[in-house]
Design a protein around this ligand. Structure first.
Ligand SMILES: NC(=O)c1ccc[n+]([C@@H]2O[C@H](COP(=O)([O-])OP(=O)(O)OC[C@H]3O[C@@H](n4cnc5c(N)ncnc54)[C@H](O)[C@@H]3O)[C@@H](O)[C@H]2O)c1
Length: 399
């Protein structure tokens, strides 16, 4: 008999992703026919008052202030990991060992060793696992995948991805965890290129070799909350306490795919005016595709099989009921947004927990992304082109 009891969720992290995921857990059963109801059992944040405020606003039934206590609870079935990268491995591994399914934010881990340990832990425990490269679940990107699978793009020659933001361009932006290697692993490379690499794996295929160039534009930043100034005897001026930035500020990659296509990736948080410009272009023997997250309901498509006199890029408004996920939302033309991708991910995950089927991108997909990220950083450090080492799955096989 399939288990139809409520699926009880525990979430670690109560800020940006904590909010996006809470919204998704609430919305998914309202818009999708899920096989299990959802209970928001416990939210974990380090500060009890802030965690209680968060729990009240989003409907979590209780709070914890230590993720170990959250993971140990026997009234929780799923651990949702919304904390900085350095905590993904400890929380996810402990959760798997406690028999919980794991829904984990991206990038999967700080490094390849942690990612492999996470994959081994979920496979040994036999629990469902997902890494939230949520852009796979944008309907326009699902449509891109369908057009590629239908052969409408033909043999792919080129992949071109840019992921640009500008939120740390001010040199006085504080030294948050995102700018410290021990918490984040890397800068926009892990944060943004990870999304683009996952999309390239999804849409084009396996990446075989990589060359990478990184740059750091700002070496020191004020410590968070460093309102208190320190006095510099040398200059006689007061300056806020500062710390070293230990990640890159931009990362540019050139890659070769296993099937011979070539590609480029660019990730930066220093592109003034670009807020979350996650864009890719695909050029093939039969046609081309282009997508931009800032216009996420649209897909640009050029087909060489159109009559010659009528050829040109067309913009498909991906809001018809025949498009993936959209039929669950609004009538055609009533567009959806960023938060909907999280709802789609949660809906697919709950179904997978119920059926026991795999759901992608899972931890093995996340590990493949980490393998490319890590090879790229090795390339940046050595100045050499690096072959991405194959990923061996603990359950056998390698890619
Ligand atoms: N999929 C996406 O589109 C997307 C977008 C942004 C961030 N992310 C990923 O989500 C994760 C979280 O990022 P964010 O933007 O929400 O960061 P954030 O700084 O907004 O939130 C991090 C949260 O973790 C909590 N935290 C830190 N250490 C903790 C500990 N020891 N115990 C319990 N809680 C702790 C913080 O209090 C905070 O609530 C990161 O891995 C990031 O890469 C994904």
């Amino acid at each position: 008999m399939p288990d139809v009891s409520p699926l009880r969720i525990g979430i670690a992290g109560t800020s940006f992703m904590g909010r996006a995921h809470s919204n998704a857990w609430l919305q998914a059963p309202r818009f999708f026919d899920l096989p299990r109801t959802i209970e928001l059992r416990a939210a974990c944040g380090r500060d009890r008052t802030a965690a209680e405020d968060f729990a009240r606003r989003w409907g979590w039934q209780s709070v914890e202030t230590d993720w170990r206590a959250l993971v140990a609870r026997d009234d929780v079935d799923v651990i949702d990991v919304c904390v900085p990268q350095a905590l993904h491995a400890p929380v996810a591994i402990a959760a798997a060992r406690a028999g919980k399914h794991v829904f984990c934010e991206k990038p999967l881990a700080l490094n390849r060793a942690d990612a492999e340990a996470m994959l081994a832990a979920v496979q040994q425990a036999g629990v469902r696992h997902v890494v939230n490269h949520n852009y796979r679940r944008v309907p326009a990107i699902q449509l891109a995948k369908r057009l590629i699978d239908e052969g409408r793009i033909g043999r792919i020659f080129h992949w071109r991805a840019t992921y640009q933001q500008d939120w740390i361009i001010d040199p006085e932006f504080p030294l948050t965890w995102h700018l410290q290697r021990e918490h984040a692993g890397s800068g926009p490379h892990g944060d943004l290129n990870s999304h683009s690499i996952d999309l390239a794996h999804f849409l084009v295929g396996r990446i075989e070799t990589v060359s990478c160039l990184t740059a750091r534009f700002i070496g020191e930043r004020p410590l968070p909350g460093a309102g208190a100034a320190t006095f510099s005897a040398g200059t006689g001026t007061a300056t806020a306490a500062r710390g070293a930035v230990t990640v890159e500020d931009a990362a540019l990659l050139h890659v070769q795919f296993a099937d011979g296509a070539v590609g480029s990736f660019e990730a930066t948080r220093f592109a003034a005016g670009r807020k979350n410009r996650n864009r890719f272009e695909i050029y093939g023997s039969e046609g081309s595709l282009a997508f931009d997250l800032e216009r996420m309901n649209e897909l640009e498509f050029y087909s060489r099989s159109d009559p010659e006199h009528a050829r040109g890029f067309r913009t498909i408004l991906v809001t018809e009921a025949c498009h993936p996920y959209i039929g669950r939302w609004w009538p055609p033309g009533h567009t959806i947004g960023y938060e909907h991708t999280f709802v789609h991910a949660v809906a697919d995950f709950v179904t997978a927990v119920h059926t026991g089927a795999a759901v992608h991108p899972d931890f093995s997909d996340g590990l493949r992304v980490i393998a490319v990220l890590e090879a790229a950083l090795e390339s940046a450090a050595s100045g050499r082109r690096i072959t991405v080492p194959p990923v061996h799955s603990p359950s056998g096989g390698s890619t």
